[in-house]
Design a protein around this ligand. Structure first.
Ligand SMILES: NC(=O)c1ccc[n+]([C@@H]2O[C@H](COP(=O)([O-])OP(=O)(O)OC[C@H]3O[C@@H](n4cnc5c(N)ncnc54)[C@H](O)[C@@H]3O)[C@@H](O)[C@H]2O)c1
Length: 336
């Protein structure tokens, strides 16, 4: 049983809180949020304690690990505090908006290692996982092309977009992690282009809502990512890997695999309403993987802080490419 303290009782904090409280291998021990009412509401729902400060959590003897689900600008400081307190930590993505701060945290974690899991929950989607297993088992031969589609049903509120770091650091970052995890290698170059087509306020925020990226691996393999912030038909995410001996795809997932055949028409179920409805089960599987690793169960693996750094460095190069409208090399910094 791993006893967790949770930072953040907002949208994703409530998801993690519920999972930690109900999973048989984890317990929701404390909740801390600067919004004390939100912390109280969440803790009260599951009989957890409300912490009055960050220090209270890191000083508590009945905390085995922490989960950081607070706003992005708090991740780096809380990560550092967890590393210093020698507490394993599950941290939501991204590590921080500033690459310098990201590097400082990664260096500190490198000098004082504790288990750190990044919240790349899409790795736990059973379909994406099966696709990756097929690729890594050589079922499609040498990977030549990867196609990824990541289209949200509707854009997040403007207030979120303004502090999100932009579409690549916020939305595409999941795809950057997935493509390295699937291919087992890292891209060396990215060309990103994008437009803001759905809301002039997104343009005013300096962001794009419609983008395409082409990434190149050292062995010549190519990856294409297509991103949108709205669809009008629900959440649309899919991955296709084309290799020298075949193709494997993790398809668009409908809500149910039911089709009505009537007259000259076939009516099928549509997409999930949004990314969360599509991806919800993967959050519990992610927590399960981290708890399993902390308990030393065989075969448990999870995305690490270094994976968070890698995805972020790809995002930084994509931002640079978009700005300069030309391909950008991807530089991978490593802690000394
Ligand atoms: N892995 C994923 O797919 C995924 C999905 C959604 C959000 N996220 C990440 O999770 C984080 C939170 O997102 P959200 O949608 O829940 O946001 P949110 O705004 O709903 O919640 C953030 C919460 O953090 C609290 N908070 C702010 N400063 C704090 C501090 N110093 N200590 C403790 N709590 C503090 C706020 O009061 C708020 O309750 C973001 O970093 C986001 O990128 C990841």
């Amino acid at each position: 049983m791993v006893r967790f303290a949770l930072f953040g009782a907002g949208f994703i904090g409530q998801v993690h809180g519920g999972n930690l409280a109900t999973h048989p291998h984890t317990r929701l021990q404390y909740v801390y949020d600067v919004n004390a009412e939100a912390a109280q509401r969440l803790a009260g729902r599951y009989g957890a304690n409300v912490a009055r400060s960050v220090e209270e959590i890191f000083g508590a003897e009945d905390v085995d690990a922490v989960l950081i689900a607070s706003s992005t600008n708090t991740h780096a400081d809380l990560l550092r505090a967890a590393i210093r307190a020698r507490k394993p930590v599950y941290c939501e993505k991204p590590i921080d908006m500033s690459l310098d701060r990201v590097k400082a945290v990664v260096q500190e974690a490198h000098d004082n290692p504790v288990p750190v899991m990044m919240g790349f929950s899409r790795r736990f989607d059973p379909n994406h996982r099966a696709l990756r297993e097929a690729v890594r088992a050589g079922e499609v031969g040498v990977v030549e092309m990867i196609h990824m589609v990541c289209r949200s049903a509707a854009p997040p509120p403007l207030s979120y977009i303004q502090v999100s770091g932009g579409q690549f650091r916020d939305q595409t970052i999941h795809m950057f992690d997935l493509l390295c995890w699937i291919a087992g290698q890292e891209p060396v170059e990215v060309y990103a282009t994008g437009s803001s087509m759905m809301d002039p306020a997104i343009t005013a925020a300096g962001d794009v809502d419609t983008s395409m990226l082409i990434l190149k691996f050292a062995d010549g393999a190519l990856c294409h990512i297509d991103n949108s912030r709205h669809t009008g038909y629900g959440y649309d995410e899919r991955i296709e890997v084309f290799g020298s001996q075949g193709l494997v795809e993790s398809r668009r997932k409908p809500v149910r695999e039911v089709a009505l055949y009537k007259g000259s028409k076939v009516v099928e179920e549509g997409m999930f309403a949004g990314w969360f409805e599509r991806m919800e089960p993967s959050f519990l599987l992610a927590v399960e993987a981290f708890a399993a690793a902390l308990e030393g169960r065989a075969g448990a693996e999870y995305p690490t802080l270094m994976d968070g750094l890698r995805a972020q460095m790809i995002a930084e190069a994509a931002v640079e490419s978009l700005k300069r409208n030309q391909p950008a090399p991807i530089e991978y910094w490593q802690p000394a």
